[in-house]
Design a protein around this ligand. Structure first.
Ligand code: F6P
Length: 363
């Protein structure tokens, strides 16, 4: 018999379509077991704020399965393991506040935490678990770069959004006989770019896993113009793509944070310089994280949420729910956060792209 009575749930890191479906699944399945559920607002920030820990029941999660974002709010700033403290003279130092987080959760009489997050948030969850907090993680990220799970929810929705955008770019590219370069998210893994670029019939797809050569890219676009009936080209670039000698491109946000981005413009300008063709670039950006989850991501999120509650009930803490088709099971958090899942170079989708004549920048 489980002695769980009250559990908490939070959402951390960048949002992904399907977060609300997980929250609803957690609440409904926990209520069936007679447990109370509390939501911690804005990752862990709510623990230290008035009204930052709220009671969730079936009424508060009604009608949210299909909604994007997260009713609990999230943040990818202020990591409790590396918390910035500003001294009166303006000097910033960083301190580990993980024990304070554990104490605050226990102070709310919470028996276990279900932490929904990506690599950063799950690494935090792992530390909290090591400090003795009963934790079960739920993997989330549109990037699909978490090891130990076959898929993360939010990914296929992002791929659909990106595929739709690539499809729409075809007509305007063709009308102007231009080369359109679209930069997609994916941090250090090219899953979104590879899947959306292949499904959207791009001519070139550049991903972080394969260093690109601009001469190879331009040869491909020139070959398109030389062939009859295709006086345009679509180039998909993952935000972390780079040449063999180059490194990933970062930009600074208004808040002074470093974020990947800008490689699309570089590729676009270089194609213009080398070929003389008219090019345009766009960054699809946070559109890929926006909107509600598609049916697949809703279902995966609901499966993950209910599985997390069953794992809490079984007392298998320090774990993360993972998709191992056709099953959802528990894997150690340590394994889940040990490495990033990049696209294997022998992946079937890479082979598919190459067999379709799509240039991946290396040959
Ligand atoms: O990890 C998800 C992700 O969307 C990355 O693909 C992207 O680089 C990053 O988050 C953007 O973060 P932010 O929301 O801080 O701009």
């Amino acid at each position: 018999m489980s002695d769980i009575r009250r559990i908490a749930v939070n959402t951390g890191g960048g949002d992904a379509p399907g977060l609300n479906a997980v929250i609803r699944a957690v609440v409904l399945s926990a209520e069936q077991l007679g447990w109370e559920v509390y939501g911690i607002k804005d990752s862990y920030d709510g623990l230290f704020e008035d009204d930052g820990v709220i009671r969730l029941d079936r009424h508060s999660v009604r009608g949210i399965t299909h909604l994007g974002g997260t009713i609990l709010g999230t943040t990818n700033r202020g990591n409790p393991l590396n918390w910035p403290v500003t001294a009166p003279d303006g000097t910033v130092t960083y301190e580990d506040r993980s024990q304070r987080v554990v104490d605050a959760i226990k102070g709310h009489d919470i028996d276990a935490l279900i932490a929904i997050g990506g690599d950063g948030s799950l690494a935090i969850a792992h530390v909290l678990s090591e400090l003795g907090l009963p934790v079960v993680g739920v993997p989330k990220t549109i990037d699909n770069d978490l090891a130990a799970t076959n898929l993360t929810f939010g990914f296929t929705t992002a791929v659909e959004t990106a595929t739709d955008a690539i499809g729409k770019l075809h007509s305007t590219a063709e009308a102007h006989e231009r080369i359109m370069v679209v930069e997609l998210m994916g941090r250090s893994a090219g899953w979104i770019a590879l899947y959306a670029g292949t499904a959207g019939t791009a001519d070139v797809i550049l991903i972080p896993e394969i260093a690109y050569d601009m001469d190879v890219v331009c040869q491909k676009t020139e070959d398109r113009y030389a062939a009859k009936g295709s006086q345009f080209a679509i180039v998909v670039v993952a935000e972390g793509a780079h040449t063999a000698k180059g490194s990933m491109k970062y930009r600074e946000t208004a808040e002074g944070q470093q974020r990947l981005g800008g490689v699309g413009k570089i590729v676009s300008d270089q194609i213009h310089e080398i070929t003389g063709r008219e090019t345009r670039e766009l960054v699809l950006g946070h559109l890929q994280r926006g909107g509600g989850p598609n049916a697949y991501d809703r279902l995966l999120a609901l499966r993950f949420g209910t599985a997390a509650v069953r794992i809490v009930q079984a007392g298998t803490f320090g774990t993360m729910v993972a998709l191992d088709p056709p099953n959802v099971l528990a894997v150690p958090l340590e394994e889940a956060v040990s490495r990033i899942k990049t696209v294997p170079l022998d992946s079937d989708v890479i082979q598919t792209a190459r067999s379709l004549g799509i240039c991946l920048g290396d040959q």
